[in-house]
Design a protein around this ligand. Structure first.
Ligand code: C2E
Ligand code: MG
Ligand code: MG
Ligand code: MG
Length: 280
């Protein structure tokens, strides 16, 4: 939709569109205070190595609890924060907190973990991003290859040159780049080739119907094979059943996350989860 929505196009607001935009306005105003009032937390979803069954990492996922509006999904408030520019400050908070958490886990002996952090295209148009990441890695003495930045394909489309500069710089530091929701965005395979991508995350829309949709099976199989040929790793998102897992394993997918294994959870629960798995 963003593509066809030209800047000069006329807009006629229907009642539902008005309702949507007043909700967006309400969220924008509420977001303005969310950071200072400490309404954000991070949850962590375990990521599993399919060859060994070991928890090899965590994806940090933002949670917003508002006193009156309740829990608001990132799928709803992240786009609002992107439109208002608030995602830059929120994204900084996410990086600071997630990397501090990774450092605590490492201090407790959980050194095998990688940490994945989601980034918006808007953050790439804000140059201090690379400096912030480098500063945080140094401050916490974290090996750069324990951090994975999850970008959607649209990052490369929105501002290709600025994004490429930051991605090259991050790659040069040893930070890993992952393409999130792979297969659903606007990017082309030639763009993919230009960036130093470490991992493709197979979007959950291809995983959901694996059991009965031959097209999805073909797509997943093709993504895994292409990634292997290009020297990239694959992670399947949204794995909910043993059957989906069996197919992904058979195809040679490297890693997976999803409700079949575990839901996103607070940091302390995650720690306990990893220790219990290791003991079992
Ligand atoms: P994503 O990065 O693709 O994250 C995966 C989403 O799938 C998460 O939703 C996760 O809770 C959910 N999920 C995990 N396993 C399953 C499963 O087995 N089945 C189903 N149906 N869903 C599963 P969540 O946490 O609501 O986040 C939604 C999106 O919001 C994320 O998609 C990401 O694009 C964005 N987001 C979340 N946190 C951040 C953040 O800190 N920064 C930015 N820029 N975006 C974020
Ligand atoms: Mg993600
Ligand atoms: Mg995804
Ligand atoms: Mg997504």
């Amino acid at each position: 939709h963003a593509k066809s929505d030209g800047r000069n196009s006329f807009r006629f607001f229907s009642p539902t569109m008005q309702a949507q935009s007043s909700r967006a306005l309400q969220l924008t105003n509420a977001l303005r205070r969310a950071l200072e009032r400490e309404q954000f937390t991070l949850h962590y979803q375990p990521q599993f190595d399919l060859a060994t069954g070991v928890v090899c990492g965590a994806e940090a996922l933002l949670r917003w609890q508002h006193p009156e509006l309740g829990a608001i999904s990132p799928a709803e408030f992240i786009p609002v924060a992107e439109d208002s520019g608030q995602i830059v400050a929120i994204g900084d908070w996410v990086l600071r907190n997630a990397l501090a958490q990774l450092a605590r886990w490492r201090a407790q002996g959980l050194t095998q973990l990688t940490l994945a952090v989601n980034l918006s295209a808007v953050q790439f148009r804000h140059p201090p991003l690379a400096e912030l990441i480098e500063r945080l890695l140094a401050e916490h003495q974290l090996p750069a290859d324990r951090l994975e930045l999850e970008l959607t394909e649209n990052v490369a489309v929105a501002d290709a040159r600025a994004a490429a500069q930051i991605m090259d710089r991050m790659h040069g530091q040893g930070v890993r780049l992952a393409v999130d929701d792979f297969g659903t965005g606007y990017s082309s395979l030639s763009q993919l080739k230009r960036f130093q991508i470490f991992r493709l995350k197979i979007d959950q829309s291809f995983v959901r119907d694996l059991d009965h949709d031959g097209n999805d099976r073909a797509i997943v199989s093709a993504i895994v094979r292409m990634a292997q040929a290009l020297g990239m790793r694959t992670t399947a998102e949204g794995v909910e059943t043993a059957e989906q897992l069996a197919y992904l394993r058979e195809q040679g997918c490297d890693e997976a996350q999803g409700y079949h294994f575990a839901r996103p959870m607070p940091a302390q629960d995650f720690e306990r989860f990893v220790r219990q798995r290791a003991a079992a």
